[in-house]
Ligand binder design. Structure first.
Ligand code: FAD
Length: 449
């Protein structure tokens, strides 16, 4: 017979999950499918109501959590084309990759979290988890040196053998910080991002972005797109809308050495208006109507920014554990995968009937032996590289622009002379610094030669 559980101190559940984003819901599904007593608490009116994401979702990780059921997810368009634009004030160097095989075998889709999250948490509910929306967790309950449960505004205190914290990141102190289990992130470990959802007729989206019906594209823009700040701007095509946004390091947006006027030019809103007004971007958005405006933080602290992800009575997943890879625009997948690994760890604890800190450490070991920590280590120095070398986002794109202008311009100068000019210009203005910066970048990004 199943144990009587009501998440009281006397009859604690197996797990309480805080936050019904990709991390928390993946953890809840993994445990509920194995018959554990799980409560998934979300502060939003419904899951997804408070969430912001570009966003591109990677179906492999959804499948790892749900098996074939992932196919019924409310996804927008499979991404067939990936474009990267390195922009200067009046030119852009575009790298595009069009992969028609993705029509049959997509690995990523555009997604709107306001649609996806309620569906995803519905899968948790269907698996037997108790989903509690409109409920803010105000504190972790600490008893006898361990996290024993959570305090909620609506339901009072609830208790479980493990609390999985998947609260994401925000500007205010989160639950872990409040409980002294995580240090406050530094401004150079966080990006501030904004996003607009712009309504547009599907046929117009397809015509404008040169897509077959139903196909999707992602465009990510660097350099002048963010006024040279460390970050990028994006356009993702949804079924009937565009997701347009981007962000940059918080430390660069709030640099105390700048004047007030200069800082005003760097606010998320100023970056967004600047991006939308660029001559290459404006025509793509023309005729669209902004229906939503959202802002959110992105953790960018790298491997060294990861807090302790397990402790007595608790585990931490997803953004709350600072697991994100801004270089590859990945976060939702690290969230789902870490949530799944945390869920599997708790299932194992339940089988052993032991929920001690030493048992919960299994989660960290699983993370360490997965691609998640391999990627976190690989890109640990990527954000500091841009932060300390602003020339990479402004001077070098401008140099490349001038070299290409010379290369493509047909103006009576012989090709030999043109190539000489280009090399001379690169030597003079880029010089040894340019070569050293390339080596530095290769080393920082741990490119396997
Ligand atoms: C503009 C932008 C674009 C992005 N684009 C992409 C992309 O294209 N691809 C990608 O993979 N990733 C992208 N990301 C990153 C991705 O959104 C995150 O990595 C991912 O959402 C992390 O999932 P999570 O479950 O850890 O946290 P979240 O998605 O933030 O979920 C946390 C949940 O916890 C809830 N919560 C928080 N505190 C409490 C509390 N005290 N009580 C109850 N509930 C609480 C919140 O309401 C929320 O639902 C983007 C992020 C931003 C901001």
């Amino acid at each position: 017979m199943a144990e009587e559980v009501d998440f009281s101190r006397e009859r604690p559940g197996d797990a309480i999950v805080v936050g019904a984003g990709p991390a928390g819901t993946a953890a809840a599904i993994t445990m509920a499918r194995k018959g554990l007593q799980v409560m998934l608490i979300e502060r939003g009116q419904k899951p997804g109501a408070k969430n912001v994401m570009g966003g591109i979702l990677y179906n492999h990780y959804l499948e790892e959590v749900l098996g074939d059921d992932w196919k019924s997810a409310p996804l927008e368009r499979p991404i067939i084309r990936e474009d990267r634009w390195i922009m200067t004030a009046d030119a852009s160097i575009n790298i595009g990759y069009n992969n028609l095989r993705n029509q049959q075998h997509p690995h990523s889709y555009s997604v709107l979290r306001a649609r996806f999250d309620p569906w995803f948490s519905g899968q948790a509910e269907a698996a037997g988890a108790f989903v509690l929306p409109e409920t803010v967790v105000t504190d972790l309950v600490l008893e006898n040196g361990r996290v024993a449960g959570v305090s909620t505004g609506r339901e009072g205190d609830v208790f479980a053998k493990v609390v999985i914290v998947c609260e994401g990141v925000g500007l205010g102190a989160g639950l872990l910080e409040k409980a002294g289990l995580k240090r406050k992130a530094r401004a150079n470990e966080m990006a501030m991002a904004v996003k607009e959802i712009i309504a547009m007729d599907p046929a117009r989206i397809e015509e404008r972005f040169n897509l077959a019906p139903g196909d999707g594209a992602s465009i990510e823009c660097y350099g002048h797109a963010t006024k040279g700040l460390s970050g990028f701007m994006f356009i993702y095509t949804n079924k009937e809308t565009l997701s347009v946004g981007g962000g940059a390091l918080l430390s660069e947006m709030s640099d105390t050495r700048l004047t007030r006027d200069e800082l005003e030019q760097r606010t998320p809103n100023a970056l967004m208006e600047h991006f939308k007004s660029l001559p290459e971007i404006k025509p793509l958005l023309q005729g669209g109507e902004t229906v939503e405006y959202l802002a959110h933080m992105i953790p960018e602290g790298g491997y060294h920014g990861i807090p302790k992800v397990y402790g007595p009575g608790y585990l931490v997943c997803g953004d709350a554990a600072m697991l994100s890879n801004p270089v590859h625009r990945e976060g939702s997948n690290l969230a789902m995968a870490s949530g799944r690994l945390a869920g599997e760890t708790v299932v194992h604890c339940k089988e052993k009937d032991s929920f001690e800190e030493a048992d919960l450490r299994e989660y960290r070991l699983r993370l360490d032996s997965s691609w998640i920590m391999a990627d976190m280590k690989k890109y640990d120095k990527a954000v500091p590289l841009l932060e300390h070398n602003p020339q990479m986002m402004n001077k070098y794109p401008a140099l490349a622009d001038r070299a290409l202008d010379e290369f493509f311009r047909v103006d009576g100068v012989s090709k030999f002379d043109k190539q000489k000019r280009i090399l001379r210009m690169l030597r003079k203005e880029g010089g040894l610094r340019f070569l050293l910066d390339n080596l530095k970048a290769a080393r920082a990004l741990r490119i396997p030669f």
